[in-house]
Design a protein around this ligand. Structure first.
Ligand SMILES: [Zn+2]
Length: 153
């Protein structure tokens, strides 16, 4: 339970993006998340997306403190550091991304539990289970998972 306790130490202090189920993202930022996923494979990668008005503006890589192919965790210190960067840039925390290297890019129960700590952000999952990366985006609110959309422009 120590891990969960640590995760609860830090809650988003940055403004989170709107609950709009769509985020627009430029191709280089989209590709950056896929590149990060490939570099970390077979472990899961993770990071945050700073956004403004429903547009992704910056992708911030984070370190998966678990270094695991099954789960991810961002240390509270790094969460705080990333929040400050996002805040200093005048952005919102629009999304949290991570990868699934062995399963479909759908939220696991672990993800759904973790998402309770992060209301209002979109969940981007980069799936590397097949030959091609498959990126899916989700809303997870109160334990309910629904489709969201990442529009690459
Ligand atoms: Zn996951």
């Amino acid at each position: 339970m120590a891990v969960r306790d640590r995760q609860q130490l830090i809650r988003p202090r940055v403004r989170v993006g709107s609950l709009a189920p769509t985020m627009k993202i430029a191709r280089p930022l989209y590709d950056e998340m896929i590149a990060h996923a490939r570099e970390e494979a077979p472990n899961e990668c993770c990071g945050m997306v700073g956004s403004s008005d429903g547009h992704a503006v910056e992708v911030y890589r984070a370190t998966n403190a678990e270094a695991s192919p099954l789960r991810f965790r961002i240390d509270p210190e790094e969460q705080l550091e990333l929040h400050n960067k996002i805040d200093d840039a005048g952005l919102d925390l629009g999304a949290i991304y991570h990868s699934h290297t062995r399963t479909a890019p759908k939220p696991s129960q672990t993800d759904i539990n973790f998402a309770k700590l992060w209301p209002g952000v979109l969940w981007i999952i980069v799936g590397l289970d097949g030959d091609q990366a498959e990126v899916r985006t989700w809303r997870i609110e109160d334990g309910q998972v629904s489709d969201a959309e990442l529009v690459v422009e």
